[in-house]
Design a binder for this molecule. Sequence first.
Ligand code: SF4
Length: 442
Amino acid sequence: MERQSMPSTTQHAATRPADQVRHLLPKDIQQQIATHPCYSKQAHQYARMHLPVAPACNIQCHYCNRKYDCSNESRPGVVSRLMDSDGALKQFRSIKRRAPNLTVVGIAGPGDALANSQATFATLKKIRMEDPQAQLCISTNGLMLEHYASELAAAGVHHLTVTINCIDPAIGEQIYPWVYYDHKRLRGRAAAERLIQNQLAGLEAAAAAGMLVKVNTVLIPGINDHHIEQVSQEVRRRGALMHNIMPLISAAEHGTFFGIRGQRGPSASELEAARAISSQYMPQMTHCQQCRADAVGTLGGGCGQSEEPVVEHSYKVAVAGNGEALIQTHFGHAKRFEIYRFDKQQQQFIYLETRQVAQYCSGTHACPDDDSDKQLIIDAVADCQTVLCARMGIAPWRALEKLGVTPNVDFAFQPITEALASIAARIATPLTPGGNHEVCHY
Ligand code: SF4
């Protein structure tokens, strides 16, 4: 039967916030986490990016459905576009150019980083060579962690997250229907036993190799909510630095087993109670955004004390181009559009994604009148406020204006970065009337 609340003894557990237990961490470790926005709430001005290079997974969790992709949705396992290590490097370069506050580069799926070891290590190597200062981060379910711990450390991974939902196989078999390990598919209790054993051994190996290990636990009412204390004690004993207890995200439309079965997520008070229990043993991460596997940007903590989330999908600019640094592409010749979103917190545009589109212009000076092809390219940018390109025909210009999209050729043959900075300065003004509002300074 589903447990609706935490046991009464735990209701009175210490409720120390993470900041009050931060002094438990040695000074050198505090310094290492100071620029990682997930490990330190005070590092909210720093950005992180997840590179979605890891499609496969070697376990199944009842709360996960990686097929579900909605750009409005933010939860782990969801991704709009996969990429290989070359694409990942390209995206990193593109974003780093425009986001100097990008300090953390992670691989968090949409499957498991270590179930895609080739892609993961190739990506880590390329990013490390490109930017030795980047803090490399990995999220894993832990099945292969012991096997790869020393290789991860050698690749320069300092921060590692392992998701451990329980240490009791009887609970584990309610969460994991199968595990694929050593060329065998294990099910039921055997699957849970193998996974838990590997997770704990992996955690210990990662901590011993010098990585700062954060443990994520998905809180599932009636399944593992009564078990948090045992998990915290054990992972602490094995070397975990921090505990991130996250609420189960469960809705039928996500198509997960739990969602379809009507398994509810925890209430705010249940979540708080679980964190209070765990805080007796470890600092708590309480600001996790349960990000997509291709998330980019800051965690939206705002400046100062503000907890207001960043408005996603606000002002978007589409730049017609084929990978150049200048705006030099005719709208009709664009093979793709780079999409940038204005970030209110950073007061600048950050790269969001690249959209491939069919070319509808054959290379002649005038745009042809093939309406279906034209519609394709217009649809690709219809949710943006501005389209930047070198030139544009009158027909698409009018069609875009009808949709509320403003074509802009004023920046033709100028650098994309300068055009974005100029537009950002213009739209930032109404957000900071009188210029007296506090803004982040990096
Ligand atoms: S999912 Fe949580 S831990 Fe991972 S990047 Fe987002 S905020 Fe940080």
